[in-house]
Design a protein around this ligand. Sequence first.
Ligand code: HEC
Length: 494
Amino acid sequence: MMRRWLWSTGAWLEHRLGLKDSVWPMMRHPVPRGANWWYVFGSATMTLLIIQIVTGICLALVYVPSPDQAFESLEYLNYHQYMGWFLRALHYWAATGMVCMLFVHLTQVFLFGAFKYPRELTWIVGVGLLACTLFMGFSGQVLRWDQDAYWGVGVGASMAGRVPIIGPQVVELLLGGTQIGAPTLSRFFALHVFVVPGLLISLLVLHLYLVLRKGISEPPVPGKPVDPKTYEAEYEEKLKGGEPFFPDSMWRDAIFSFLTILVAVGVAAYLGPYGPRSVPDPTLIQANPRPDWYFLWLFALLALSPPEAETFIMLVLPVLLFGILIVIPFVSNTGERSWRRRPIAVLSVISVFVTFVVLTYLGFTSPWSPEMEAWSATTVPENMIQWTPDLKKPEDKHTLSPVQLQGAVVLQNKNCRNCHALDGKGGHRGPDLTDVATRLTRDELIRQVIQGGGNMPAYGKQLKPAEVDALVDFLGTLRPKDQPGARSSASLSP
Ligand code: HEC
């Protein structure tokens, strides 16, 4: 009875949908034999996208895109809504995974020469997908509407503002006004949940259509270059000995996608949601804002480059990078596909990867920004207070004089340690002061403290003359104990 009913419903639907003639042949289309585990990253990226859509819709049911409530609605999700924290965590970590997987997919396609004739357009649409995904990451980070978000929009706006001629208009379009405010958040919300996902899904449909139409690339064989005149005929020939996509080849995609989901869920459950970090407040210097990890390289590059290079890095570099990606299939759409015969391709992947890792590492450690807690949390190393110059004479102990001790206290209390390390501990915004007395004389030390300069604030108005004296007395002791101080060492001897 039940079966008859199911059967007739199925027949009714099939008569109208005609899946047997449309989707079934698509599932069974032959793919070249030997397409192996290297071919699973694209579908895994798509699986993560599906997670993003599902978790994103759930989050949008609770999230309030208004500046005075956005932060609270995230806290509500984190602490009150049942499983809300997990939704946020999964949305964040699957986004991270999606960006990673996309880069792995792109690298694989690049190294396998799969962008060459006749799949140039598939690659270009893929570059569009990359742009959409990165913009999703950026706009998603803005929706957290915390200190980092505020800062991120600021950087984004200043990038947009550098567009020649129409810069100011682009900024207004992006921010919904001339300044970051309520309309900015509404705008980013609309971009993040309607506009860019719509674009992304359309591009994805086109991408998949092209993949089906042109077939997936067969695994490259060294010494078998692509020749547009003969390629398609040869490919047809290969497909005759191919295997059907479903189920022979699809199970690999399915297994890998399943593992990907497991990892995303596991990481989300273990590490929990990211942020929101702190309520945005433009006057709060305590903040040490930084973008999500995949933009850290840009953050590091900006921080480390001279100010004159800013326009280049913010405006020209992104356009240049995407431009390069787009012209790749036109520059080399024939010839060898195997990476073994393409040393330049391999070298460029390696150098891009190394640059990315190094800059990202610098972005994480950000040695250029002060360490805000160092003055209270990092104590003056003990051997700078009391030391024994000659280990053979342990009774010959030196201790700082009361005035010098006073100076050490001033150094802590005036937050010098936030920018300056002693024995490597503390901020790295300014030079490590461990051996400063070997470099600077007493007069130079006084000048540096009172006048500041070279990115150091002037302390002249904040310190009493006696404090400056004590501080400089202490700084004068900072040198290897068997070495004299700089030049006029007489006045510096401990
Ligand atoms: C906001 C960060 C910051 C703070 C806070 C800061 N400095 Fe500096 N300091 C720097 C920078 C940056 C330099 C390097 C200046 C240059 O390159 O000309 C520097 C240089 C110095 C130098 C010269 C070091 C050398 O080897 O040339 C001394 C001495 C010094 N600072 C002492 C202090 C003292 C004492 C304090 C606290 C009263 C202090 N600084 C607070 C950032 C800071």
